[in-house]
Design a protein. Structure first.
Length: 135
């Protein structure tokens, strides 16, 4: 069971670091200077994983699919660290690893969509500007 518990714990840590990374990107995007980013990031690191995920969903705009998968990883990690009798480490380890793959794929897809949408908006704005300049 040790190798399965290790996989679950590693997946939980990776998911937590992923949340911190997304929050850091958000702080950069909103234009905070380095000192304020560091303070906000330190505060973010000190809240529970559930609160991190909820903050990313509510404040940063992380979609429901990604936040749901992160919560699933969090719950499985908590269950593995505090197991009941007959706990199935192997099954949850495989689920956690698959969930981590799913969260990375879902996040990547949402980022690609956001980039595509921003590109289309920029093109539309350039077209509108050209049209108004030609009048």
């Amino acid at each position: 069971n040790g190798q399965y518990l290790s996989a679950i714990a590693s997946t939980g840590i990776t998911a937590e670091l992923f949340c911190v990374h997304i929050y850091q990107l958000y702080l950069i995007e909103i234009g905070l200077d380095r000192l304020h980013r560091k303070r906000r990031l330190n505060s973010f690191k000190n809240i529970s994983q559930a609160e991190k995920i909820d903050t990313l969903h509510a404040v940063v705009g992380l979609n429901e699919s990604v936040s749901g998968i992160l919560h699933e990883i969090r719950k499985k990690r908590n269950n593995a660290v505090h197991p009941g009798e007959g706990y199935n480490y192997k099954s949850d380890a495989l689920d956690c690893l698959q969930n981590l793959i799913d969260v990375l794929n879902a996040y990547s897809a949402s980022q690609k969509q956001a980039i595509k949408q921003a590109h289309e908006e920029r093109n539309n704005n350039e077209y509108d500007k050209e049209a108004s300049d030609s009048k």
